[in-house]
Unconditional design. Structure first.
Length: 259
């Protein structure tokens, strides 16, 4: 199923699966979709999330205590797919994929109705086998592009990517920031020299103003830590709280229930 970026900016919403538990994650995802999320990144909890800030680290710890695994995330994705045709991306570190096996993961992802994956710590230079298996299953391989990337490396990333390219707005780990870094626009402009794919800007986007600002130069904005923190602060009413936050981001005044 093709990823849809029908409006600008589209919202790519990240959450850590299994926080606070898998059934609640499903409800949160469906609530986010109803509220206006265009693509969902299903975060696989990992014991050493080196690219993530403290908010997502805490969420991973909580999810791991629940026993959440990659297999459960794929099962969750399959359940979500039965209720929605929204884009679904598995967001993970490489280790859980290697433990399952590349070919087995890609087959299971296709079977679950997942659209693609983003492996945070897999360099494009070492992704040949991964790309081969993903392409066999018609799955999008999303790669990260950083402000520090050379033009030559951006070209490599653009050529390897499918679905969209994830432009990291700044160096460092995930986490909300008060201001959108100036590097973000420059990075998107540099990427456009190498690809016609949609570009999603992430890391640090947390407010409606930042969301709108990204729409001036990119197709989509990725919001993660702010959503995960909303879940953390609203125990017992996570789906409602996330729906309200997403509506604020995308500028919707009311929620139309479709399920």
């Amino acid at each position: 199923m093709p990823l849809s970026f029908s409006k600008k900016p589209s919202l790519v919403a990240y959450l850590t699966c299994g926080d606070p538990d898998t059934p609640t994650t499903r409800e949160i995802v469906l609530a986010a979709i109803e509220a206006g999320a265009d693509v969902i990144e299903l975060g696989v909890p990992f014991s050493d999330p080196v690219a993530d800030g403290p908010v997502i680290q805490r969420a991973s710890e909580r999810a791991l205590r629940q026993g959440t695994t990659l297999e459960q995330v794929l099962k969750l994705a399959a359940g979500i797919r039965q209720s929605s045709q929204v884009g679904l991306i598995v967001f993970t570190y490489l280790n859980p994929i290697l433990r399952m096996g590349l070919a087995k993961f890609c087959a299971a992802a296709q079977e679950a109705g997942v659209d693609g994956a983003l492996l945070t710590d897999l360099p494009v230079e070492e992704a040949r086998e991964y790309l081969r298996e993903m392409r066999k299953r018609d799955l999008a391989a999303v790669f990260l592009a950083a402000p520090t990337s050379t033009n030559e490396r951006l070209q490599q990333i653009a050529q390897a990517s499918s679905g969209f390219v994830y432009a990291v707005s700044r160096t460092g780990v995930t986490g909300a920031r008060k201001q959108l870094p100036e590097d973000a626009r420059d990075l998107v402009e540099r990427l456009r020299e190498h690809t016609k794919l949609p570009i999603a800007v992430g890391f640090g986007i947390a407010t409606p103003a930042q969301f709108v600002a990204v729409g001036e130069f990119a197709e989509a904005a990725v919001v993660g830590s702010a959503i995960v923190e909303t879940i953390e602060r609203n125990r017992g009413r996570e789906p409602e709280a996330v729906a309200q936050f997403v509506m604020q981001l995308v500028g919707r005044q009311s929620l139309v229930v479709t399920r």
